[in-house]
Design a protein around this ligand. Structure first.
Ligand code: PMV
Length: 310
């Protein structure tokens, strides 16, 4: 039986979230240890495309897709873009990426599904096209996304991202270790982006100054990563966290994890993504990974992932 499989990694933002929505640069890296995988296989003639995402509890035929179902939207985009007929096939999607934790689960599921379908139709999409297509789906669900999630996930490489510009792929001088710890508090990115927008509208000059400052940190961090200076990268992450606090997107749960990681020897720690819950990241020397992981679990992290970024 014919079969086509495609997969996409999770992602984490290193520096620059929120300010990136206002045109500042941000850095994001793929998290290869968690992935969304999509598999296409043949179905009986006349059935059309059946979509089954077990982990998301979604199962439907494309012709009966619930309005606004991201997988319905993204698969329809692929078929329209390639101007081909809907195939008689089954698209099965699985994901190990935590949902609603700032790890790009929605974008990765869409990217894997869109790429599996495009490959099945004989036209695998280059990363930039795949990213543009996933972005259209993201807009429906997240309001005003900067595009960083779909970009890093579709390129599957570390990216220096500025909204509306082609992404710059960058390579850290050597691999480095991140711990990604979950507060266990689910916090939709959309709400947090709206809250920041309200602050900005209340005092544009003050908040634009903060966004500029965050952008400078992201720019500096790219050079620091390319030079392999992890002590300095940690300092930049900590400064970014101070500014994120001023944007009102930290939370007591995030602060508890950040403090524990720094106390246990992390080089730097900050929230990652929308904030007000979700995940934090800690930059950790390889020989400190277990110690910092233990400290994070000790103060209540509900899950700690170790990711080697290269
Ligand atoms: O929560 P996440 O990881 O999807 O991150 C969103 C990042 C923001 O900068 C807050 C929003 C955006 O669209 O870039």
């Amino acid at each position: 039986m014919r079969r086509v499989v495609s997969s996409a990694p999770g992602k984490i933002i290193l520096l620059g979230e929120h300010a990136v929505v206002y045109g500042q640069p941000a850095l994001a890296v793929p998290v290869q240890s968690v992935r969304a995988t999509a598999e296409m296989c043949e179905a009986d003639a006349g059935t059309g495309l059946e979509i089954h995402a077990a982990d998301l509890n979604e199962r439907f035929f494309l012709k009966h897709a619930p309005p606004n179902a991201p997988l319905g939207i993204v698969t329809r985009f692929v078929i329209d873009k390639l101007t081909l007929a809907e195939p008689d096939a089954r698209l099965t999607i699985r994901s190990t990426i935590p949902v609603a934790g700032g790890m790009g689960s929605g974008a990765a599921v869409s990217a894997a599904a869109a790429q599996a379908l495009a490959a099945w139709l004989g036209t695998p999409l280059p990363p930039a096209d795949l990213s543009a297509l996933v972005y259209e789906g993201e807009k429906i669900h997240h309001g005003t996304p900067s595009g960083i999630d779909n970009t890093v996930i579709c390129f599957a490489m570390p990216v220096y991202f500025v909204k509306g510009k082609p992404p710059e792929i960058f390579a850290p001088k050597r691999p480095f270790d991140l711990l990604i710890a979950d507060t266990g508090v689910r916090s939709p990115t959309k709400a947090s982006v709206i809250a920041v927008r309200e602050l900005w509208q209340s005092d544009p000059a003050r908040y634009e100054d903060i966004f500029d400052h965050i952008g400078q940190l992201a720019c500096d961090a790219k050079k620091t990563l390319e030079a392999g200076d992890w002590d300095r990268l940690g300092v930049l992450m900590n400064r970014n966290q101070e500014l994120l606090r001023l944007l009102g997107v930290s939370s007591p749960e995030l602060e508890k994890l950040i403090e524990a990681a720094l106390h246990a020897g992390a080089n730097g720690a900050k929230l990652s993504g929308g904030g007000r819950g979700g995940n934090m990241i800690a930059l950790v020397a390889r020989d400190q990974v277990e110690r910092v992981r233990g400290a994070l679990i000790g103060v209540g992290a509900t899950r700690v992932l170790h990711s080697i970024v290269e």
